[in-house]
Design a protein around this ligand. Sequence first.
Ligand code: KG4
Ligand code: ZN
Length: 344
Amino acid sequence: MTLILGLESSCDETAVALVDSERRILAHRVAGQEDEHRPFGGVVPEIAARAHVERLAPLVEAVLGEADLTLADVDAIAATAGPGLIGGVMVGLVTGKALAHAAGKPLIAVNHLEGHALSPRLADASLEFPYLLLLVSGGHCQLLLVRGVGDYRRLATTIDDAAGEAFDKTAKLLGLGYPGGPAVERLAAQGDPHAVALPRPLAGSTEPHFSFAGLKSAVARTAASGAHRTADLAASFQQAVVDCLVDRSRIALATCPEATAFVVAGGVAANGAIRSALTTLAARFDKPFVAPPLWLCTDNGAMIAWAGAERFAAGLTDSLDTAARPRWPLDPEAEAVRGAGVKA
Ligand code: KG4
Ligand code: ZN
């Protein structure tokens, strides 16, 4: 049994957790920064980095205290080393290095996307490699064949916005504020998903890539016309995203008979309409559907600690001069997609 302390600070959540190799979550804390960023309608990187500086050390103390443990009891320190907002990533990584150095423990530099990608295995011990993963977060929208720890084949990515970005931009357009995804989902529950005709970008295309920019523009035009109830627009937008995710995932599922399961992870995977549509899709392909509990979908320290536990078990640790990486693709072999911006 090994015990890993995990630190997460790549965006707007400061999070720390203690997780062991038996999948026990001994303690975990997430400190959001909604109040700091709300006046600006989105995450301000400099404000985020400063908030991580203030919160990280007290959170580490609180988590160790709650588990009634000290650093000496921990086997390794895992910290997000990218991708993400570089100021915040540096705060978390340098904190992880300092703790590792002071306690004489190994450091594990975790790719935040690997944290999301392996989080379903923390929640479900029966989930085996390889599995088909739909990774949907604020910065990413990808289909990946997860073949093992550190072994990913990217089947598809977005050629413009990420799914969470589309939710956040739509929330802003509809005056729902920040953070956007949960606000759109709440309002959508009171609307008619078929009230407004919106596009399904790339639907029907034979490659499973994603695109959301055209959908966002259509929402902007419709909102400006004032012809529809905001709840109907939110519901119709959410339905369009659901349809795109289902259509694109269907193509990938058809090309991955070896996948043991169809899995969704990342912040957008907290969306109930998306979870339910993906459940139906998986059943059509006779695959088990696996989605982590809601709190494990959005950014948290437990997924970083767990990715650390999986890497530690595979003998993977990192040196104290490991650099923070603002960009860090899970599949370094993946080719750039035509039309894709820097987010690929
Ligand atoms: O994984 P995450 O917490 O952070 C990143 O790594 O990006 O994902 C955050 C994203 C945001 O865009 C947020 O609006 C979206 O996930 N999100 C949701 C929901 N909860 C969070 N989107 C739709 N419905 C939700 N319930
Ligand atoms: Zn994330």
